[in-house]
Design a protein around this ligand. Structure first.
Ligand SMILES: Nc1ncnc2c1ncn2[C@@H]1O[C@H](COP(=O)(O)OP(=O)(O)OP(=O)(O)O)[C@@H](O)[C@H]1O
Length: 366
């Protein structure tokens, strides 16, 4: 669900119901990892969408599908309104000109035997074949200036191992910009960097959003950075989007019980059980995912309905779209919770405030 700001204009990149099932142990076995199921998202010029969730929830798979590094099982991807699922090598190249990826590991993603001059010069030539000689050198210097590695002369003849992690990530970003893309897919671009330089990378990306109108997908474990950087935040759990909306609302007034746990366990989303004792167990197997809501095996408020049926996506009072039975008026979603005790106990529950308010209202009406 795009926030109000995002509804302006058409999306540059649109994914509709994309599914990726990876075969396990060979196609003949007929078993699959359900890495992403029915994920839809829109990326708009000059906006950042964050995709947050625990490890293994399917975030990187989304980036790989959108960059066409892996083929989708089903669903559609549109770039500038054009379907791009089946295409030729030439079309693929056109696509990569417009949709570039930035990877997590600036150490592994740059070839260590080449200098910055070669790495950026090569990237420029791939996308703009006519650039040679002095013009190419000028373009390399301009790229270094765009990513704030100045004076350019200090960096241009360095090898990757002579640069810090942060400087290497600046070079990776410059290489992505060489194509003059409309979309950047940034998969955990700061998680391997020293905390002191993370903000610098996010501010650099913000600059591209604001001054060049680039649409950015920002994949992260870190809810706080999503709040800082992204206009819209999507929360992924076990291959599905379970909440989406304005970043401020999602991170400050989470609607889905899973988002609530994720936000309250920051900065270590993979260990939220320790902090929020009621959500037990591990993330479910994606080979044989739970029926209905995939979070219901850990959700302290799951009812039979959550196991029987996939929850519909509905709008919470704070504006987010949330896939949770608690937000519907289906009586089956409320029965167990309603029996959990009096109003004081409801206040103590580890539930989003708006769900508590609804429970209290239900109790008072009885
Ligand atoms: N090529 C593959 N073959 C089989 N399973 C895969 C493949 N790639 C990813 N998976 C599985 O798909 C699921 C989603 O993985 P993915 O890497 O997208 O999650 P993630 O949220 O990005 O995790 P992380 O934050 O750790 O990178 C995981 O269960 C993973 O093991």
């Amino acid at each position: 669900m795009p926030s109000e700001k995002l509804e302006v204009g058409n999306p540059v990149l649109r994914a509709k119901n994309i599914i990726k099932h990876f075969p396990v142990g060979g196609l003949k076995r007929g078993r699959y990892v359900h890495a992403t199921d029915a994920v839809s998202l829109d990326l708009y010029a000059g906006h950042v969408v964050a995709l947050v969730g625990e490890s293994g929830s399917g975030k990187s798979t989304i980036a790989k599908l959108l960059s066409q590094l892996v083929p989708i099982t089903s669903g559609t991807i549109e770039l500038n309104g054009q379907l791009i699922n089946k295409h030729s090598r030439r079309k693929f190249k056109e696509y990569t000109n417009e949709v570039q990826m930035i990877f997590q590991d600036p150490f592994g993603s740059l070839n260590s035997i080449h200098t910055v001059r070669y790495i950026l010069g090569r990237a420029l030539q791939i996308h703009k074949k006519s650039l040679h000689g002095a013009k190419l050198q000028e373009a390399v210097i301009e790229l270094l200036q765009r990513v704030k590695l100045t004076p350019a002369a200090r960096y241009i003849d360095k090898f990757p191992h002579e640069l810090s992690g942060g400087q290497r990530q600046h070079i990776s970003i410059a290489r992505a910009l060489a194509a003059d893309p409309k979309v950047l897919l940034a998969d955990e671009p700061i998680s391997m960097l020293d905390v002191s330089i993370r903000l610098g990378i996010l501010n650099l990306l913000k600059d591209f959003r604001d001054n060049y109108g680039i649409a950015i997908l920002y994949i992260t474990h870190d809810v706080a950075s999503a709040r800082y950087f992204a206009d819209e935040t999507l929360v992924m759990y076990a291959g599905r989007i379970i909440e989406r909306g304005n970043s401020e609302m999602v991170t400050q007034h989470p609607a889905h019980p899973y988002t609530d746990l994720l936000v309250n366990s920051a900065p270590d989303p993979d260990h939220f059980n320790a902090l929020r004792g009621e959500a037990k167990g591990e993330a479910p197997s994606l080979i044989d995912p739970p029926s209905g809501c995939r979070f219901r095996t850990r959700c302290p408020f799951a009812t039979e309905l959550c196991a029987a049926q996939l929850p519909p996506t509905v709008k919470a009072a704070t504006g987010q779209e949330v896939a949770c039975w608690l937000y519907t008026d289906n009586p089956g979603a409320m029965v167990n919770i309603g029996n959990k005790g009096d109003l004081t106990t409801i206040h103590d529950l580890n539930l989003p405030e708006q769900v508590k308010a609804k429970l209290i209202q239900n109790k008072e009406e009885k």
